[in-house]
Design a protein around this ligand. Structure first.
Ligand SMILES: [Zn+2]
Length: 495
């Protein structure tokens, strides 16, 4: 705890340094040429999408701070895993069948057989991702159900052979490097330790309903002392998680690429499960250099997530006090009108910032509906609480895009903005694609673009020394990129 707390105290000093490091444009010819070229391109963004994509694909983008491992892995890769593990796909529902499921074997397809049948393969992709959701007729599924429903398919094959996680990470690293991303802060796996306890559930929910926060904190304290800490599975779960995280990081980290992890809990678990998993996640993040933060995930509009929201915020606040050096990014405000009751749209980001004291907000889409929006925005600006913007994901799940999306509101109000990918495999896009949407929709200048890319390092949960190294690397990459683009601009024939 001490180490991370000391590190926390240095952050302000670093921010003063880093906020100018990458944003300051280099006063050289290449930079000026590229800036003029991009700003002209951006004013005609609708007609020049291909040219913009070329530019944005080659442009260094720093890091991706909001990425889920299972949702970022493409269905094609999962099929490769199913094949190499000698497993099958169910004819009935396209789930994975392992050799252990002998009862289901007659109803299976080999991966080769599936791949040889265009119709079946197309149907498979529609179950395992958002592919072809919008471009032709199919039985109507709600987009959020479609999106979150894909995740149930991924775990069977990953659990069948734990080594697949490492293979998957190598593939994601390769993809990141191909689009000039040097750092990923990934929601990878949870420590796995969680316990059910109906008595805790009832007491904790009762205390929140009565507004008795002192009582709630006493329930939390007792649960840690009497249930979690004495449980041998807690210590062993932490140990195996730490070993697993280290092995995976070692397999991909090198001088050119850095991977760090966020641990997380599921907001649709029971209160005892969320609390025990959260305590484990914070405990691990507090002592690990590889696990740099804690998050809360899953569909925010699901019944348990909605009814336990205030309880979850109190849990995070309690943990932040126990472990002041641990950073948190929290999915909050991934909601919109029509999805839940209007009154349910009024406080999620507010509570994540003001009650749970989140260091970053994931999505933040419903800010326009929140009754304390001006105060929250002001707090996010003053305390440098960045918002992770996921344009493709928000468009698909929530149907929120263009001017309805609060991207411009956050940007204009001075809230730090980072562009992130969420679940590339489910959405079938990449980070460059979201950069393109940003430029096409919101008229971004080159200086702003560079600033947003640099934000992905500035507002990462890396330690100060590593942040400086990553920012210097990003600066160097921008210099190389601008020199290369300037050459292309110079040699473009004049028509
Ligand atoms: Zn997410």
């Amino acid at each position: 705890m001490l180490r991370k707390t000391v590190s926390l105290l240095c952050t302000l000093a670093l921010f003063v340094w880093s906020s100018t490091a990458c944003a300051a444009p280099k006063d050289d010819q290449s930079h000026a040429k590229v800036k003029t070229y991009f700003n002209r391109l951006a004013t005609d963004a609708g007609a020049r999408g291909a040219e913009l994509r070329l530019f944005l694909n080659l442009m260094p983008k720093g890091g991706d701070l909001h990425q889920h491992f299972t949702g970022t892995t493409y269905a094609e890769t999962y099929l490769d895993f199913v094949k190499t593990e000698h497993c099958w796909i169910s004819k009935k529902d396209f789930s994975v069948i392992t050799p252990k499921d002998t009862a289901k074997l007659p109803d299976t397809l080999s991966v080769d057989k599936l791949r040889s049948d265009n119709k079946m393969l197309s149907d498979f992709y529609m179950v395992w991702s958002d592919k072809d959701f919008s471009n032709h007729y199919h039985d109507q599924t709600a987009p959020d159900v479609q999106f979150f429903g894909t995740f149930a398919n991924f775990s069977t094959i990953l659990k069948y052979d734990g080594a697949l996680y490492t293979e998957g990470l190598k593939i994601l690293k390769n993809r990141a490097q191909l689009e000039n991303v040097q750092y990923i802060e990934q929601m990878f796996v949870s420590p796995g330790y969680k316990v059910t306890n109906p008595a805790f559930d009832a007491q904790a929910r009762g205390a929140v309903a009565n507004g008795d926060i002192a009582q709630l904190r006493s329930i939390f304290q007792n649960f840690i002392q009497n249930v979690v800490k004495p449980d041998p599975n807690f210590a062993s779960g932490m140990q195996s998680y730490a070993a697993r995280v280290k092995a995976c990081a070692d397999a991909v980290n090198d001088d050119t690429f850095t991977l760090r992890f966020q641990s997380y809990v599921s907001r649709n678990d029971s209160p005892a499960e969320v609390f025990s998993a959260l305590y484990t996640a914070f405990s691990e993040a507090d002592k690990s250099d590889l696990v740099v933060g804690v998050n809360i995930v899953n569909a925010e509009n699901a019944p348990v997530a909605m009814s336990d929201y205030s309880l979850h915020m109190q849990m995070f606040r309690y943990m932040k006090e126990l472990f002041p050096g641990v950073k948190t990014s929290m999915h909050a405000g991934e909601l919109t009108i029509g999805m839940v009751r209007p009154e349910d749209l009024t406080f999620h980001i507010t509570d994540a910032v003001m009650v749970a004291r989140a260091d970053r907000i994931g999505h933040g889409v419903d800010i326009g509906y929140e009754v304390k929006a001006p105060e929250v925005i002001s707090l996010m600006r003053d305390k440098k609480i960045a918002v992770e913007i996921n344009l493709t994901s928000n468009d698909f799940i929530l149907g929120v895009k263009n001017g309805e999306h609060p991207f411009r509101l956050y940007l204009d109000q001075g809230v730090p903005v980072v562009l992130t990918s969420d679940d590339e495999g489910v959405s079938r896009n990449n980070l460059t694609d979201d950069y393109l949407h940003m430029v096409q929709r919101y008229g971004i200048t080159y200086d702003r673009l560079r600033d947003i890319a640099a934000n992905s390092i500035r507002y990462s949960f890396l330690n100060d020394k590593e942040k400086q190294r990553q920012l210097a690397m990003l600066d160097k990459r921008f210099a190389d990129f601008e020199a290369r683009m300037a050459k292309m601009i110079e040699t473009t024939p004049k028509h």
